[in-house]
Design a protein around this ligand. Structure first.
Ligand code: ADP
Ligand code: MG
Length: 739
């Protein structure tokens, strides 16, 4: 135990660890004492965290297996522990962690405690990784012990002779409390009796005081002992103050460091927040960027596509442009040539423009004039009389020519409308008509005069043209004509279509045709598709549909578009007339053939609509019949013809005298013609005569009839004064037909 004093004097720092006077620290392991006293003093020696140990010999040692502990864990090492003394293996094990030891059943009295330590875990340190306090009987005995700091790793360290008293309960408790890390302990030895050794660095007289167990026989008095304790306490208090000051300094530093850390943290937080914002912005931008990139890709592909199209289009345009340019230069070259060849081109253009203006003006005036012309023309026709009479004489036929008969007609003043008839050889009578046609006058001449009357149907007038005369005088020839030499009927319709075509920009015309025959006071439709025999018995009735408008219900009304259709219709009618008759000429002579052309006009400018009729009538022969013939069927025919022709005379007469009653209904002929005789309607009569001496009687009869007709129409004065003449005329007609 002699090395105890030298240990405490080695390092004043170690003194600060010892809180209890009398105890000491030793930087080496347990050394067994040779004295038996020492051996007897050891009450309990436990190998903390280890097994029981025993060493025989002079210094017999017995160390118990670890017991009396509560809590903690066991630590062990195979490393050799340096300076382990007589029992180095004690230091190869330790109890560690949260633990304490409680030694029981000790006889009350004073004891001293030895604690054995070694740092066997943190062999590379560092200092301060394991710092702990030791309390004995709840009194701090060792303060902030750091084994590694004192001896390093795997080296033994002892804190010896810590005084303790066991009370009546016989308990000595040793508590370990960590300051940094977990406390450890390798062995605890409890010895009987208080430690007798007092360690001080120097006495009051400067002499060293030594342990009486070892070499120094000086034993301190109680007062000296107290003074030594006081000196310890003062030393520790000083050290505590220094430590406190250091601690304060460290605290200040810590505070400053903390403050700057806080500031840095705040800064960091700010930066982090900014970073977050930036990150978010970056993310958003990234997304936007992706979208834009996508769009961009689309746009560029579209652009590429469009560009190709445009390039192609531009190429095409350039090509066209070149062609146009060359064409243009060619044209301008030609234009220059042209302009050079026509010096006054501009003047010409201006002149043409002014002519166009004049043309429009003239067109307008022309329309006005046409309207006036129509009016004047009508007035002219009216001034000539609503009934006009043309006389036509046929040539001598072959038979007559061969028998050299006398020609009884003379055409010296035919141009003036005068016709001479030789009566009884030398007696010549002059008849006056609106027109006289010699046998030499052809169909064209006849139609030239008839056409104005005929075509006034297109101006909305009802017109009636009929041929009157003895059989064989050319009624049918004048009206129908032949295919090579067409008559009034065909020519009229041909002209109507021509005029309609000329006027189509201003007036639209609908033209329809029906063909009727009146025989024995029966109306027969020559265009009806029923069998001819049946047609004969169909009795068509005439109805008045409105004032001055007659209509035959059921009559076939063929719409015609052109003159070819007209010709077909006229042919159909003509053929139908012939069918069903044994004597074609005879039958046709004894019936009235009536072609009715209905014209519906619409003025496209004014919207005015008109409906007018043109009757073209080939009358039955007007000749007298021999008495012997007048029987049976012929008598009936003669009566019918007489009735209708005299009725025609009566109607004309009544119209002439402006009679209140016009007897249209006395015959089918007049009844049919009702709306085309009188009023505004125009009538043209061809009186057909034969030049032959044989026909003189009939010729005179026809001429007289015609003269009367024409005469009564020539003005109101005559109408009134000539009433007797009209009566005479009527009488004559009747007589002619009855005789
Ligand atoms: P109607 O019908 O009055 O009985 P037609 O027309 O049948 O008389 O004529 C009798 C004949 O006389 C026919 O052969 C016809 O060709 C002929 N004829 C009549 N008038 C003329 C004329 N102006 N020129 C030549 N031939 C005519
Ligand atoms: Mg005839």
């Amino acid at each position: 135990m002699g090395d105890g004093g030298s240990d405490t004097g080695e390092d004043p720092m170690l003194d600060s660890l010892i809180c209890v006077a009398g105890s000491s620290i030793k930087r080496s392991g347990f050394i067994a004492s040779h004295s038996s006293d020492e051996r007897e003093r050891r009450v309990i020696f436990v190998n903390a965290g280890g097994e029981e140990l025993r060493r025989q010999g002079h210094s017999e040692i017995e160390v118990e297996t670890d017991r009396f502990f509560q809590g903690g864990d066991v630590l062990r090492t195979d490393e050799e522990v340096a300076d382990g003394g007589d029992l180095p293996s004690i230091y190869q094990s330790a109890r560690c962690g949260n633990f304490c030891y409680e030694f029981r059943d000790l006889p009350p009295g004073d004891y001293s405690v030895d604690l054995h330590f070694a740092e066997i875990v943190y062999t590379n340190g560092p200092r301060g990784m394991r710092v702990f306090n030791v309390f004995i009987q709840d009194e701090k005995a060792v303060s902030e012990l750091d084994v590694y700091s004192i001896v390093g790793a795997n080296r033994a360290l002892q804190v010896m002779n810590i005084p303790v008293s066991a009370g009546k309960d016989g308990v000595v408790s040793v508590n370990f409390q960590g300051v940094v890390g977990s406390p450890t302990v390798s062995g605890i030895c409890i010895k009987q009796g208080a430690p007798e050794l007092q360690l001080v660095s120097s006495g009051r007289d400067g002499k060293s005081l030594l342990c009486d167990n070892c070499f120094a026989p000086v034993k301190l008095t109680a007062a000296e002992n107290k003074a030594a304790r006081m000196s310890f306490t003062a030393k520790y208090e000083r050290e505590i103050r220094e430590l406190k000051a250091q601690c304060q300094m460290k605290q200040d530093e810590c505070y400053e460091a903390w403050m700057s850390l806080t500031a840095a943290n705040q800064e960091l937080e700010k930066v982090r927040a900014e970073l977050d914002v930036k990150f978010f912005q970056n993310f958003t931008l990234g997304q936007a960027m992706e979208k834009e990139t996508e769009k961009m890709a689309k746009i560029s592909s579209k652009y590429e596509h469009d560009r190709r199209l445009w390039v192609a289009a531009i190429d095409e345009l350039e090509r066209k442009m070149k062609a146009i340019k060359s064409e243009h230069s060619q044209l301008s070259f030609e234009a220059h040539q042209c302009a050079n060849s026509i010096p006054g081109l501009n003047q010409m253009v201006t002149a043409v423009q002014s002519l166009v203006g004049q043309y429009d003006d003239l067109k307008m005036k022309f329309n006005e004039e046409q309207e006036r012309r129509k009016k004047l023309y009508n007035q002219l026709l009216e001034s000539k009389g609503n009934i006009r009479v043309f006389c036509r004489c046929r040539p001598l036929n072959m038979e007559e020519a061969s028998s050299r008969p006398q020609t009884v007609v003379e055409f010296t003043d035919a141009k003036d409308g005068d016709l001479g008839v030789l009566m009884n050889g030398s007696n010549k009578k002059i008849y006056k008509f609106d027109r006289v046609y010699t046998p030499k006058d052809d169909q064209c001449d006849v139609f030239e005069d008839a056409s104005p009357v005929a075509t006034s149907v297109l101006d909305g007038y009802n017109v009636c043209i009929f041929a009157y005369g003895q059989t064989g005088t050319g009624k049918t020839f004048t009206m129908e004509g032949t295919e090579q030499n067409r008559g009034v009927n065909y020519r009229t319709l041909e002209l109507l279509f021509k005029i309609a075509e000329d006027r189509k920009k201003t007036i639209s015309y609908d033209i329809s045709v029906s063909v009727l025959e009146v025989y024995n006071e029966q109306v027969r439709d020559l265009l009806a598709s029923s069998p001819p025999a049946k047609r004969m018995v169909v009795r068509l009735e005439i109805k008045q549909v409105s004032e001055g408008v007659n209509h035959v219900p059921g009559v076939v009304d063929m719409k015609v578009e052109n003159v070819d259709e007209v010709w077909n219709i006229l042919q159909t009618g003509s053929n139908a007339r012939a069918v069903g008759s044994n004597n074609v000429n005879g039958h046709s002579s004894r019936s009235h053939c009536m072609i009715c052309t209905v014209v519906r006009a619409k003025n496209l400018v004014t919207g005015e609509c008109t409906r007018s009729k043109l009757w073209l009538v080939d009358l039955a022969g007007s000749e007298r019949l021999a008495k012997t013939d007048v029987q049976g069927e012929r008598l009936k025919e003669a009566q019918s013809i007489n009735k209708s022709l005299s009725a025609l005379g009566d109607v004309i007469s009544a119209l002439a005298t402006k009679s209140s009653h016009i007897p249209y209904r006395n015959s089918k002929l007049t009844h049919l013609l009702q709306d085309s005789l009188g009023g505004d309607s125009k009538t043209l009569m061809f009186v057909q005569i034969s030049p032959s001496e044989h026909d003189l009687g009939e010729t005179v009869s026809s001429l007289n009839f015609a003269t009367r007709v024409r005469g009564v129409e020539l003005g109101p004065a005559k109408k009134q004064s000539d009433t007797t003449e009209i009566q005479k005329l009527k009488l004559m007609v009747r007589l002619n037909n009855f005789l």
